[in-house]
Ligand binder design. Structure first.
Ligand code: ATP
Ligand code: MG
Length: 248
């Protein structure tokens, strides 16, 4: 806690000290329908109102597209000049660092929450304007404990003063408790569903788990949709569908 407070002494009202600038991978090319789906998702987030700033992206199981969607929606919000922070809170199996940077030895959330690093040592600007990132850090023995700490709430509150949006990538909800704990500190959650893979019961239990945490479910994203089953000729494989009509 002491570290964090020291950091805050040096921060101006609309910026925080950073560890530097990283070049984020921008080689991902998105086809037209995917781009449109991200814009739609962005619009839906904007219409949730200003009270919704911290959003956790989760799903039932592994490999359903959480990290991909967290990264792309963060970039998409930054594109329209919304100051956005992406936090990789999957401290068990981070891919955001691996996918985007050559340097792997970077301190992140685990060091911040365990008091080994200050905000200024883990927060990075990227080459993309309005888009900052905190990587997951080194694998800690107690990820769930770290996200349940008071420090996590303190840093999120500080980030909320500075950023328009804080997008939090998390581990899958059924095998581990982390996302559920993270959601207790968030204004909303988005559930990613892998089309044709995630079972109804699994989505239902993910939704129940988030509701138990008292987190508002903003909607669900159907990922990896197959054009064969789509009503729209514009949907292709690998595009996303956003549904904000999930029953609450
Ligand atoms: N819509 C998509 N189109 C193409 N590839 C995708 C799509 N969504 C995800 N992928 C690919 O699927 C793999 C898993 O995606 P990702 O890492 O985003 O999933 P995840 O839910 O974060 O997984 P984990 O639970 O292991 O963290 C990656 O190789 C990613 O590039
Ligand atoms: Mg992931």
């Amino acid at each position: 806690m002491e570290n964090i407070n020291n950091d805050l002494l040096y921060s101006s009202s609309n910026s925080l000290p950073t560890a530097g600038r990283v070049n984020f991978n921008t080689t991902v090319t998105k086809d037209f329908p995917t781009n449109e789906a991200y814009k739609m998702l962005r619009t839906n987030i904007l219409f949730c109102g200003k009270a919704v700033k911290t959003i956790v992206i989760t799903s039932s199981h592994e490999n359903e597209g959480k990290s991909t969607i967290s990264t792309e929606i963060s970039k998409s919000l930054a594109e329209i000049e919304k100051k956005t922070l992406l936090i990789d809170a999957d401290m068990r199996k981070s891919v955001i660092l691996k996918k985007n940077l050559k340097a792997q030895n970077i301190m992140g959330l685990s060091e911040l929450l365990s008091g080994q690093a200050t905000i200024g040592q883990v927060l990075y600007n990227t080459q993309i304007p309005h888009f900052d990132v905190i990587f997951s850090g080194h694998f800690p023995p107690n990820p769930a404990e770290l996200v349940s700490s008071a420090t996590f709430k303190t840093v999120l509150d500080k980030f909320k003063e500075v950023y328009d949006y804080i997008i939090i990538d998390s581990p899958p909800l059924i095998p581990v408790i982390d996302a559920s704990v993270i959601s207790t500190q968030c204004d909303g959650a988005i559930i990613v569903i892998a089309s044709g893979k995630t079972q109804y019961q699994e989505v239902s239990s993910t939704k129940e788990q988030l509701e138990k945490s008292g987190c508002r479910i903003l909607g669900a994203i159907l990922n990896e949709t197959d054009p064969k089953y789509s009503r729209s000729k514009y949907y292709k494989k690998n595009s996303y569908y956003y549904d904000n009509n999930v029953k609450r």
